[in-house]
Design a protein around this ligand. Structure first.
Ligand SMILES: Cc1ncc(COP(=O)(O)O)c(C=O)c1O
Length: 410
């Protein structure tokens, strides 16, 4: 738990003794990588997301790249990516040589919507748009049913960037609800278990899938594209001994892949953390309620991001929208004032189309929803070990940083 004087970062992991014990057991065991912890973590993740298949990998960026590879995206193809996301979502398309069509987002939630997707699909500049990568920003899911209906009509495959949204449910209640990662409306979903995510593996990621062939491709590209047996083997005479038995050392590489494997060390930590996801999620939900209440007096200057009605998020970040102009203080000043009070904040994200690499490639794009979201967003400290008192302390410090503390007390 955090004390009053302790610095509150915008996010951090919660590692407990049993997590350390789980990792220590691996370090004392026979396998540091490609051992039994990997399939155990994959099975637990598949069960938790209700996905038939889960493939663990090195990080969320690798997960997105593997998804793009597994779908066979490449040069000549284009992928719609919402511009309010981390660089990795767009970069995964570029890694395979596909072009990115940046979509606008809802100005108040930062999410891709059916309307912003439709606009992006109409702006394809003659390239064939073959996929859409919706991003479940902050832990909140996009409206996947609407997005998928539109994407399917346009002949697109779907990869959910679920890096923020492990455990998030949407589109109904109880058993009717879909879980992010079960791929009800997507071919594949990509997760990150980076240290600041809802569960931490240090670095870590996974791809979930429904289709066994796609899951097999993800797993193959994760390890250099190698196959060892079965009907993918092309050089049967090299693969088999004279008596027809398989040569035990033999492998082939029908398509090129990468080393994107997750280690047993990572997966042991992931397994231990995954078992706590419900507890971490409840702590995050309680913090959201505490923040909402504590920040309410600052409205309309400060508002939480817009919440989607049919979504039950496992929140990754607590982002607010601040009218800096009206406050008479710019974002850097507010962040500095908060840092002086021991409070870390962050901006998620600079719209990716503004990056020099993408501006050189696609020119200046007008995406006004993203501009509005970016101009106002600020992520406040948010992690499972925070207390509700911490959230109230942040809210009071934000009021002071915006020059509204006296007004609030009045
Ligand atoms: C939305 C989103 N996509 C992709 C990634 C990439 O994940 P990783 O950092 O595990 O490579 C992140 C991680 O920060 C992310 O937030």
């Amino acid at each position: 738990m955090t004390g009053r004087s302790e610095f509150l970062p915008y996010a951090r992991q919660l590692i407990e003794d049993d997590d350390i014990a789980a990792v220590s057991a691996v370090l004392r065991g026979d396998w540091l990588t490609t051992g039994p912890a990997v399939p155990r973590f994959e099975a637990a993740l598949a069960a938790r997301t209700k996905a038939p298949f889960a493939v663990a990998c090195a990080n969320g960026t690798a997960a997105l790249h593997l998804a793009a590879l597994a779908l066979g995206l490449g040069p000549g193809d284009a992928v719609v990516v919402p511009t309010v996301t981390f660089l990795a979502t767009a970069n995964a398309a570029r890694f395979v040589g596909a072009e990115v069509v940046f979509a606008d987002v809802d100005p108040d939630s930062g999410l891709l919507t059916a309307a912003t997707l439709a606009e992006a699909l109409a702006r394809n500049n003659g390239r064939e748009i073959r996929a859409v990568f919706p991003v479940h920003l902050n832990g909140q899911s996009c409206d996947m049913a609407e997005i998928a209906a539109l994407a399917r009509r346009a002949g697109c495959k779907i990869v959910e960037d679920a890096c923020h949204a492990l455990g998030t449910a949407y589109g109904g209640r109880g058993d009717d609800a879909a879980l992010v990662g079960e791929c009800r409306h997507a071919e594949l979903a990509a997760f990150s278990f980076h240290a600041v995510k809802a569960i931490a593996m240090g670095e870590g990621g996974a791809v979930t899938a429904r289709d066994p062939a796609l899951a097999e491709r993800v797993a193959r590209f994760r390890s250099h594209g190698m196959v060892r047996e079965g009907d993918r083997i092309e050089n049967a005479s090299l693969a088999r001994a004279a008596d027809g038995s398989a040569n035990p050392w033999y492998y082939e590489m029908p398509e090129i892949g990468y080393n994107y494997r997750a280690t047993d060390i990572q997966c042991a930590l992931g397994l231990s953390q995954l078992a706590k996801l419900d507890r971490f999620a409840a702590a995050r939900r309680d913090l959201v309620a505490a923040y909402d209440a504590a920040l309410a007096p600052l409205a309309p200057l400060v508002r939480p991001i817009a919440r989607r009605a049919d979504c039950a998020p496992v929140w990754h970040l607590y982002a607010v929208l601040i009218d800096f102009e009206r406050a008479g203080a710019d974002r850097a000043t507010v962040m500095r004032r908060l840092a002086e009070r021991g409070i870390g904040t962050q901006v998620h994200y600079i719209p990716v189309h503004k990056q020099p690499y993408y501006r050189r490639r696609y020119g200046d794009l007008a995406l006004p929803g993203a501009d509005r979201y970016y101009a106002r967003c600020l992520s406040l400290p948010f992690f499972a070990a925070m207390t509700q008192d911490d959230a109230r302390r942040v809210a009071a410090a934000l009021a002071a940083a915006l020059g509204r503390d006296r007004q609030e007390a009045a």
